[in-house]
Ligand binder design. Structure first.
Ligand code: SF4
Length: 84
C-alpha cells in the first residue's frame, strides 16, 4: 500500500502540472482498496484532468503500480509496464 509518507515524498518532487490536478487531496479515493472507489478515481482522471497523458507517461516511467494514475489502476499499469 502506498503510505501517507510515500505519498508525501512523491508530492515533494511531483511535477508542476500535478499540483493543480483534480486528484490532489483525494488520496483516500485514488489509493482505496475498494474497486468501486478506484473506478470513481478513474472517472476523475478521464473526465476532469487535462494532464492525463503526462500522468500516465510518468506512471509508466516511474513504474508506479499502486493507486490510480493517468486513468489506470495499479494492475492495469503493471500490465502496461510489462508489455513495454
Ligand atoms: S490523470 Fe488522474 S492521477 Fe493523474 S494527475 Fe490527473 S487526476 Fe491525478
Amino acid at each position: 500500500m502506498f503510505t501517507n509518507v510515500q505519498y508525501n515524498i512523491f508530492m515533494l518532487k511531483a511535477p508542476s502540472w500535478f499540483e493543480n490536478s483534480p486528484c490532489v487531496g483525494q488520496d483516500r479515493l485514488f489509493f482505496s482498496s475498494e474497486l468501486k472507489e478506484r473506478n470513481e478515481a478513474k472517472k476523475v482522471c478521464l473526465n476532469e484532468c487535462a494532464n492525463r497523458e503526462e500522468c500516465l507517461s510518468m506512471a509508466l516511467t516511474q513504474k508506479l503500480s499502486i493507486g490510480v494514475w493517468g486513468g489506470k489502476t495499479g494492475p492495469e499499469l503493471k500490465r502496461l509496464q510489462e508489455a513495454v
